[in-house]
Design a protein around this ligand. Structure first.
Ligand code: IVH
Length: 669
């Protein structure tokens, strides 16, 4: 190929990759499976490697980080980066609104509300649609040049999409790390024996302020844009809300929670709603921000000191509080994992009373130097388990004691062992340990596993204490008399439990494999195993090589699966469960159901009876293909609840749309 040909090839690939980035990050509607996307990127990388002269700074390959810097240079903000005043209650918010109404001489004013993300502010300059530089807020008038680092953030476009952007466009947003990213990052830091971060904000700040951008590139940083700096060229819009919509079309991610509100009452309602939604958001927010929508009104309001008079942050209750650490116990998990748990003087954190919090493991306790009797900082954010973040050493009393993990399991007395290469200690008692047994049974009964209605944690503990069950298979031998003799259990509840047990006997292979509680076999892996092997016997008989052939299964997980089914007791329990009548309909599908062979399916929306992974692997087991985008080649679009734009696309192309029930029927035919 001539260089010219490569040039057009490279341009085409970049266009395709940018398009898929937009679908993925901005519209949240990927058209390609990850593997296909990776293939495109790899193709581009290969060409650029062979022809380095074709590399441009806005190429999607240029996100891996550059040579470390000695220090950051300074960048002056032509338009200062302001901060916000705070309102801590309804009165303070109404006062803010009153000041605006009085000054503008109107009786109500429109606001835009957005979540207040808890990260750090950055400003990014685009020149002719290409990212030019990025800087931190600094003191508001001068910040640090973090261009190299910001380039590695996947949600930051290196080149704007769409059209109509001004010649110079400076956009401002918050860089942050999601709850999930934070957990993964800290887990990985722990594994590498490196310092963990106290909260997602610190993790984001630490990652952005790395002199070595190759390190930043490995950190799960994200960005959401919320405003403008300097703009030269096209006149943008007349209001903030219109601007946000425009930014989105240019591939700049804005908050999906941004709303246009009529007046201050709308703000108060929004606040209440977000307070409820807060725990289920994938990232941390510490309040909401209201901004007067129209730019001409913003201008009339002006600013005081370093904060605008037209915007305010309405703060939420803090997610970190201080309390006393009374003692430390250890908890034994389903697979024997030992976790030290802090018993705390009860404290309300973000609206919930917390009296227990995790301390992760002995190394973490040592590293943080947390001692019994200390005042500690506890954090509860999102639906993450509360944790002890640090000890307040300046307030340490003389009697504060260091903690040492017991050497034997408090439950069964077996030795506690800690493999060199693992962060956690484990009880070596296996199913002899009643704590592990109880946890295994709780897991088996849980909603995402066998979903045995009414069989909650308390009841499982009672059944274990009274000796009525030794393992999960004993559940199916329980009688009404045995059950109704338990505390707080009437005849009716006993009957309901028996009915629920009967109902769960008819299940799927995915659920069953997940319910067994094999170490590191979560729902997705269980689905993959069921889809790949089709029958339980085959899974049980699989050797290391067979197992590694399953997507999602590596050597460690393969070893866990093999070990699980090698164990005599486990084999006995599985046999007893099958004998008790547990069955699933799909094991014959792999061989007999030929109708779906080579048919292409697209899944959209939430499926009620199975996870997407589960549906995918079951379809694949029948020889069907599952694609992430609708095209003329699609045979069926399966529409679950709240389906996306894929349904209208299917309608437009005349592709058949089916519901979950029909899919289930097709799968078992
Ligand atoms: S607007 C002139 N909007 O909060 C307005 N700020 O306390 C300046 N922040 O430095 C900021 N989410 O880092 C705005 N939706 C949002 C925000 C937001 C988070 C941060 C930002 C700013 C700080 C002000």
């Amino acid at each position: 190929m001539s260089n010219k040909k490569y040039q057009s090839q490279v341009e085409l690939l970049r266009k395709q990759i940018n398009h898929h980035n937009f679908q993925y990050y901005i519209l949240d509607d990927p058209e390609l499976p990850d593997t296909e996307y990776d293939r495109l990127l790899k193709e581009l990388q290969d060409i650029e490697k062979a022809h380095p002269e074709l590399i441009t700074p806005d190429s999607p390959t240029q996100r891996v980080g550059a040579k470390p810097l000695k220090h950051f240079s300074e960048i002056k903000h032509e338009v200062p980066m302001l901060s916000l005043g705070n309102a801590f209650n309804e009165k303070e918010l109404r006062d803010f609104d009153r000041r605006i109404l009085d000054k503008l001489e109107v009786d109500h004013v429109e606001y835009v509300a957005e979540p207040k993300l808890d990260g750090l502010a950055v400003t990014i300059m685009y020149r002719d649609g290409i990212m030019n530089y990025a800087a931190t807020r600094g003191d508001g008038s001068t910040g640090e040049d973090v261009t190299q680092n910001i380039r590695t953030v996947k949600t930051v476009p290196l080149k704007l999409s769409g059209n109509g952007w001004p010649k110079l466009l400076e956009v401002r947003g918050e860089v942050f790390i999601s709850h999930k990213g934070f957990k993964l990052l800290n887990d990985s830091q722990r594994k590498k024996d490196e310092k963990t971060f106290a909260n997602p904000r610190n993790a984001a700040a630490g990652s952005l302020r790395q002199l070595d951008s190759r390190i930043t590139a490995t950190r799960p940083l994200e960005i959401i844009f919320y405003g403008l700096g300097k703009v030269v060229g096209n006149n943008l819009s007349l209001s903030h809300f219109e601007t946000l919509k425009k930014l989105k079309t240019w591939g700049l991610r804005i908050s999906p929670e941004a709303r246009l509100l009529k007046d201050v009452q709308g703000c108060l309602d929004y606040y209440k709603k977000m307070l409820k939604t807060r725990d289920s958001l994938p990232y941390e927010i510490d309040g909401v921000v209201y901004k007067v929508n129209h730019y001409n009104l913003q201008k009339k309001m002006g600013q005081v000191a370093r904060a605008p008079r037209w915007a305010i942050a309405h703060k939420f209750p803090a997610v970190e509080e201080m309390t006393r650490l009374l003692s430390i116990d250890v908890q034994v998990g389903r697979t024997g994992k030992i976790t030290p748990v802090a018993r705390l003087e009860p404290v309300t954190v973000a609206g919930v009373t917390v009296s227990n919090a995790t301390l992760h493991n002995q190394d973490e306790i040592d590293r943080k130097d947390v001692r019994i009797g200390d005042m500690v900082i506890v954090r509860r954010a999102g639906d993450v388990i509360p944790e002890v973040v640090s000890a307040i050493k300046s307030e340490r009393k003389k009697g504060a004691r260091k903690y040492k993990m017991p050497t034997s399991c408090p439950d069964c007395g077996s030795a506690i062992i800690k493999p060199e290469d693992e962060a956690h200690a484990r009880c070596s008692g296996g199913l002899y340990c009643s704590a592990q047994r109880v946890e295994a049974i709780k897991h088996f009964a849980s909603r995402r596993a066998m979903d045995i209605e009414g069989l909650g944690d308390k009841l499982v503990e009672q059944l274990d204490e009274t000796g009525l069950i030794q393992d999960v298979s004993d559940l199916f031998g329980l009688t009404q008399i045995q059950l109704s003799e338990l505390d707080r259990m009437g005849e009716k509840s006993a009957n309901n439990i028996l009915l629920a047990l009967e109902k769960t006997k008819s299940t799927t292979l995915d659920r069953f494999v997940f319910a067994l509680g094999i170490r590191q076999v979560g729902e997705a892996t269980a689905s993959a195993l069921a889809g790949h092997f089709g029958t339980l016997d085959k899974i049980m008989a699989a050797d290391q090589d067979d197992l590694i052939a399953v997507p999602d299964v590596g050597p460690v997980v393969a070893e866990n699966i093999k070990q699980f089914f090698r164990d005599k007791h486990n084999k006995y329990v599985v046999r007893k469960l099958i004998k008790a009548g547990i069955h699933w309909p799909v094991n014959s599908v792999k061989i007999t159901n030929q109708k779906l062979r080579d048919k292409t399916f697209v899944l959209t929306g939430t499926l009620a009876s199975m996870s997407r992974e589960n549906a995918k692997s079951r379809l694949k087991a029948c020889g069907a293909k599952v694609s992430s985008s609708v095209s003329k080649k699609t045979d069926y679009v399966v529409a679950g609840e709240n389906p996306g734009t894929k349904v209208s696309k299917a309608e437009a192309l005349g592709v058949k749309i089916i519901n979950e029930k029909t899919l289930e029927k097709m799968l078992v035919e």
